[in-house]
Design a protein. Structure first.
Ligand code: CO
Length: 464
């Protein structure tokens, strides 16, 4: 069967390579061509794009989505959604999750890829149900990781449970590039035994094996792969779209995509890549093969965060000590996958453990939340000594964490009523209160400016 392609240039590719800084204006001119390709979907929203739009680009992410929707007339639009964390870093109440899903679909999203950093399926329930209700495609992603608890049977059983939950498809989300080709073959075969759902594979080139992994996965029955148009492919991004299309040409997996059209799209993005290299936004280092990611099982994005944290603390010489501390902290925390937000929490705690010269002398607020069960259940139990240090005699949460969170929407509505210009504003504020408020103020100031200019012109045209 023809393998299908999800193009990531408008979300993960620029998130992974240029810190999510691609603007809507940079995207719009090429959409017409992209819409003619015949992709399975274009991933273009969610993940870090929402935060980055508001924070750095001073853009309304909802407005971006509506513009993309208007341009993509034939192509499904896809977003990445962190379960009960939505696009933020904390758990939110169910009413916020439901409303976010509803508005994402109403503004143009077709496919919502939903994952949880612990693979605690309870944290996906609300989002999946909401997507089903809004007639969106709910894809549940397994956060792929390594460790003795993560057996093929575990993955297979999880796939079965995902199907039962009402997912429309399943994704293997290999954010760190840990999935090597022959393991991918075994994993896809096992998942196919556990579920009838279509299987999509998402990986990163970080460790250099990604295109081989796709080849073996597709041969094993994987239905859809995530790729990025060549100027923003490889390194910490995905394998190149054109390369995978050419690989399968003339075989039973032939994608049928037109290389000439893909070449025109690549030509559009190439100057953007060159410019990013010139300004330093794109660091050539992230384009290479980083084998440390396999040795330490740490995602590429986490490695670069680590370097900057240590730089700030003038402790760059502690890099390898921290790299060795990360798997130990991960173990204490029940061996979760390392993906937003668990990657940041484990990484920061590991840095503290090394810099303080004593493990868990200082425990971050987020680590305390994890060890108190506020992010859900990990595959293995927490280290009881570390847990005791973190939360003392407090009773850890064992139920679905959101069951402990009262509805939040009404209060958020109240907070922003002076600034609200569209229904969606309350969701921007719910996720990033400070950043959204700054954006609302900026937006209003811009509008006042425009009004004043318009008034000036009017006065000039009709002098009194
Ligand atoms: Co990714």
């Amino acid at each position: 069967m023809a393998v299908k392609i999800t193009e990531t240039i408008l979300r993960d590719a620029h998130q992974s390579l240029i810190a999510t800084r691609m603007t809507t204006e940079q995207m719009l001119p090429i959409i017409d061509k992209m819409d003619k390709v015949g992709y399975h979907s274009v991933e273009c929203w969610g993940g870090a794009t929402f935060d980055a739009s508001l924070r750095f680009l001073k853009e309304d992410p909802w407005e971006r989505l509506r513009k993309l929707r208007a341009g993509f007339k034939n192509t499904k639009l896809q977003m990445l959604f962190r379960g009960q964390n939505i696009l933020g870093y904390n758990h939110y109440s169910d009413d916020v999750v439901e409303y976010f899903v509803q508005k994402s679909i109403a503004n143009g999203i077709d496919i919502i890829r939903i994952f949880d950093c612990f693979n605690d399926l309870r944290n996906l329930e609300t989002a999946v149900k909401a997507a089903n209700k809004e007639k969106g495609h709910a894809q549940i992603a397994l956060s792929y990781t390594l460790g003795d608890a993560y057996t093929l049977d575990y993955w297979k059983d999880t796939a079965r449970r995902i199907e039962e939950m009402g997912a429309d498809s399943l994704c293997i989300k290999d954010m760190a590039g840990l999935l090597v080709p022959y393991e991918a073959e075994k994993l896809v075969k096992a998942l196919k035994e556990g579920t009838k759902l279509p299987i999509q594979l998402h990986t990163h080139y970080t460790s250099g094996v990604a295109s081989m992994t796709y080849l073996k996965a597709v041969e094993a029955g994987c239905d859809i792969i995530d790729t990025a148009i060549s100027p923003f492919s490889m390194g910490t991004s995905q394998p190149a779209t054109e390369v995978m299309v050419e690989t399968f040409k003339g075989t039973q997996y032939d994608t049928g995509l037109d290389q000439n059209l893909l070449a025109e799209i690549a030509d559009y993005f190439r100057p953007m890549q060159e410019e990013a290299l010139k300004t330093g936004l794109l660091n050539p280092k992230v384009m290479g093969v980083n084998i440390k990611t396999l040795l330490y099982q740490v995602p590429g994005g986490m490695l670069s965060n680590l370097v900057s944290q240590l730089k700030e603390a003038h402790a760059e010489d502690k890099y390898y000590q921290v790299l060795e501390e990360i798997p130990r902290v991960r173990k204490d925390f029940g061996e979760p996958p390392l993906v937003t937000p668990s990657s940041q929490i484990v990484g920061t705690q590991a840095v503290l453990n090394v810099l303080q010269g004593e493990r868990y002398k200082m425990i971050t607020k987020e680590s305390k939340k994890v060890l108190g069960g506020e992010f859900g259940q990990t595959i293995k139990p927490f280290n009881p000594e570390v847990q005791k240090k973190a939360i003392g005699d407090a009773e850890p949460i064992t139920c679905r964490p959101a069951d402990k969170i009262a509805p939040q929407l009404a209060k958020f509505e109240e907070d922003i009523k002076e600034w609200k210009q569209q229904d969606e504003d309350v969701l921007s504020y719910a996720l990033f209160p400070q950043v959204a408020m700054e954006f609302f103020k900026y937006r209003q100031a811009q509008q006042t400016k425009v009004d004043v200019n318009a008034a000036d012109t009017k006065n000039q045209a009709y002098p009194v």
